[in-house]
Design a protein around this ligand. Structure first.
Ligand SMILES: [Cu+2]
Length: 511
């Protein structure tokens, strides 16, 4: 048993040293530089954005998500095939293409058709995928290429090496504990021989507890000062009810913070102060009525204040604004969000889950005249300073709509519509200036672990000025016309032809 252990340790140490070899680092640098220059950067940048907007909800480069990992897909299929596939995969499957039929069978779900993407756009997505595929291959190749002597190291990727280093650290720390343990063991034995205690465990424990107490409180304060300002809660709220929520948080934090500091200081200080000493005797103290009154009544009062404050805010948030509320349906599915806007009539068409299908992802009833001018969007636009009601609907499992900047969160439950009305008060442009970050965007995130690609459930929310918003609405096209929802039996459809003039009316100007 000794030998393999030694060999293993040796490999780990040699790997560790290898990772520090400057020659290796240089090779890696040159290789990445070459890669960077050779990739058609411009193309791939556009591709990256398109990929993130359209494909990322189902695909990653190296991992299987809903669809296959796209790494090296350019080696599997030629460009013409890929373009056809991406524009309409079902068409390729229907044509009897053996490869297409096979992957469709294997994954069993339908990839969204992207007929609106131009060939050039698809090509730029493919360029991005190619660039990303090569990045990963290159890293592994460089790691392994210059260690010709070690056959074990040849097989190790960068990750494996990193984890070996961690193991080494864990071993060192473990050994340290063993040494400390042995030292104390020896000291105790010495004490026993000499007939008096060499190690005073009570003092050591008391001292350690005091250190942990001071260290813990100090770390909490540090965490607060350093990381709290980086959170969204530290930014000014971008909705009308936001300050109320922040206020509640702050008051709660103030009270709990005071209690936290007092109890932690007392806990650890007493553990140290009353550590066992020679000849010290415990003081018997059965109870104190005044103390018990105090720690019952004070928290009761504080909690009552917090709850009343909470109820007041709750009522304010959930009492509907008198008029002018625009409805937007926010539809959650694994793994993404689709917003449906009511169009000019400000009425969302009815829906029925039985209608959910290939080209009617939301299951909207096209025979409902109200749906004729409804349009969908993968980005949520809202006009500033207008109340909006989000009507939440889920296709599959429970999701949670979280808009941290607006201090909004609501569960999105299949079969149980929920809603939230709020008024955004700061436009995206204003927030960008405020934060001095030209790339800032509001986001709607899923806040319920809903499956493997939960983390991808993020869409951009844009708060426009009324003029920008009207312009955006005017550019949208009705989504539930006959041609888009052709799979519904013709007899059932009585779609009134979409009326451009009506549907282009800005949402908020409709009462
Ligand atoms: Cu989700």
């Amino acid at each position: 048993m000794r030998k393999p252990f030694k060999t293993h340790t040796f490999t780990m140490i040699s790997n560790f040293c290898m990772s520090l070899n400057p020659k290796r680092k240089l090779t890696f640098l040159i290789a990445s530089l070459f890669l960077f220059l050779s990739a058609s950067a411009q193309n791939a940048t556009e591709g990256e954005k398109l990929f993130k907007d359209n494909c990322q909800s189902c695909h990653a480069i190296n991992d299987k998500v809903v669809g296959p990992a796209l790494k090296d897909v350019h080696k599997r299929r030629d460009e013409a095939w890929l373009i056809k596939w991406i524009k309409n995969s079902q068409k390729v499957v229907a044509s009897g293409d053996a490869y297409a039929v096979e992957i469709f069978k294997k994954y069993g779900s339908v990839m969204t058709p992207f007929e609106s993407l131009s060939d050039g756009q698809v090509k730029s997505i493919l360029a991005y995928v190619k660039q990303e595929s090569e990045k990963v291959t290159a890293t592994v190749a460089v790691t392994t290429s210059d260690s010709p002597t070690s056959s074990v190291a040849d097989k190790l990727s960068t990750n494996a090496m990193k984890s070996n280093i961690n193991w080494l650290l864990i071993m060192v720390v473990g050994l340290l504990f063993v040494v400390i343990f042995l030292v104390f063991n020896i000291l105790e034995t010495v004490g026993r021989i000499q007939g008096h205690d060499v190690v005073n465990w009570s003092s050591i424990n008391g001292f350690l507890l005091l250190t942990i107490g001071i260290g813990g409180v100090a770390l909490s304060i540090w965490e607060f000062m350093v990381h709290a300002p980086l959170t969204v809660s530290a930014q000014k709220p971008a909705s009308e009810h936001g300050p109320g929520i922040d206020n509640m948080f702050n008051i709660t934090l103030l009270f709990t913070g005071i209690v936290f500091i007092i109890t932690q200081v007392a806990l650890f200080y007493f553990a140290w102060k009353y550590r066992s000493k020679k000849n010290s005797k415990a003081y018997f103290y059965s109870h104190n009525d005044k103390l018990e009154y105090a720690w019952t009544i004070v928290p009761a009062i504080v909690l009552t204040i917090l709850v009343i404050n909470g109820l007041k805010n709750w009522n304010k948030i959930f009492s509907k604004p008198a008029s002018g509320t625009a409805n937007v349906e926010v539809y959650a599915y694994q793994f993404g969000w689709t917003a449906r806007y009511p169009g000019g009539d400000n009425k969302l068409g009815k829906h029925d889950f039985r209608q959910i299908g290939k080209s009617n992802a939301l299951g909207v009833l096209t025979e409902d005249p109200n749906s004729a001018d409804d349009f969908t969007s993968s980005e949520i636009h809202l006009p500033v300073n207008k109340p909006v009601t989000f009507k939440f609907r889920a296709k599959d499992v429970i999701h949670s709509a979280y808009l941290p900047h607006f201090r909004v969160q609501m569960n999105v439950v299949p079969g149980l519509p929920t809603e939230f009305t709020f008024t955004p008060t700061v436009t995206t442009a204003e927030m960008r200036t405020e934060l001095n970050n030209p790339k800032f965007d509001y986001a709607l995130l899923c806040n319920k672990i809903c499956g493997a690609a939960h983390y991808r459930m993020k869409v951009t929310v844009v708060i426009d000025s009324q003029a920008e918003y009207d312009k955006w609405v005017a550019e949208q096209k009705p989504a539930f016309t006959k041609s888009v929802t052709e799979q519904i039996p013709a007899a059932k459809i009585q779609v009134t032809e979409p009326n451009q003039a009506v549907s282009n009316k800005p949402l908020a100007s409709v009462k």
